[in-house]
Design a protein around this ligand. Structure first.
Ligand code: PA5
Ligand code: NI
Length: 188
């Protein structure tokens, strides 16, 4: 018998605007929080000084206990834009409990989920409205918005005890980046 059963609940998700209005956790990252993640550091400094340190992405959560068996979920809203030629992206992370997967359902926008493993595999899966990306256990993941003018909005679900490991990605980066070259999206 469970010792501490939770009561069921619902959460409203604004599918049109990509927000979770009743969120109790709100995370916001501006360009200056993303220093060191893009190929062109000078372009990043120019973006911060000339464009008022623009918003990169927001994450809305109404958390549950971080216990085995629980599912954490969030809504992520990544702005369109570029640092030099490189499209705006999230920091990216492995899960601290590495053997934990994640599901991303894209609700709006256009982009890619860039993924990598510690032993050198790399993958980029398309994100567009209605497309679900399955991030398997052990794969680091970062989303990239390739739209010119629309936020990339997705709903994600993962084991609540997974945790986020950002340090390894800060050190290693990803083997591939996503750029705009001559008006085309290029993964290289
Ligand atoms: O757990 C996830 O993968 C998401 O909730 C992300 O945390 C979210 O998309 C923001 O990205 P990051 O954690 O890489 O800054
Ligand atoms: Ni994750």
């Amino acid at each position: 018998m469970p010792t501490n059963p939770m009561d069921p609940f619902t959460v409203l998700i604004d599918l049109e605007n990509g927000t979770m209005p009743d969120n109790t956790n709100y995370l916001k990252r501006n360009a200056s929080d993303m220093r060191g993640h893009y190929a062109n550091n000078e372009a990043m400094e120019n973006l911060i000084s000339d464009n008022g340190d623009p918003l990169h992405y927001e994450v809305f959560e109404t958390p549950v206990p971080e216990d085995v068996g629980q599912l954490m979920y969030c809504l992520s809203r990544l702005q369109p834009g570029k640092v030099g030629d490189e499209f705006f992206m999230t920091k990216g992370h492995y899960h601290t409990v590495e053997a934990t997967a994640e599901i991303y359902l894209c609700l709006k926008g256009q982009g890619y989920m860039l993924m990598k493993t510690a032993d050198g595999k790399c993958a980029a899966e398309e994100m567009s409205r209605g497309r679900m990306v399955y991030v398997p256990p052990f794969w680091a993941h970062r989303s990239v918005n390739t739209s010119k003018d629309e936020p990339l909005i997705s709903f994600c679900v993962y084991p609540a005890n997974a945790g986020h490991n950002y340090g390894d990605i800060e050190q290693e980066g990803f083997p591939k980046r996503i750029f705009e070259r001559d008006g085309r999206v290029v993964i290289e």
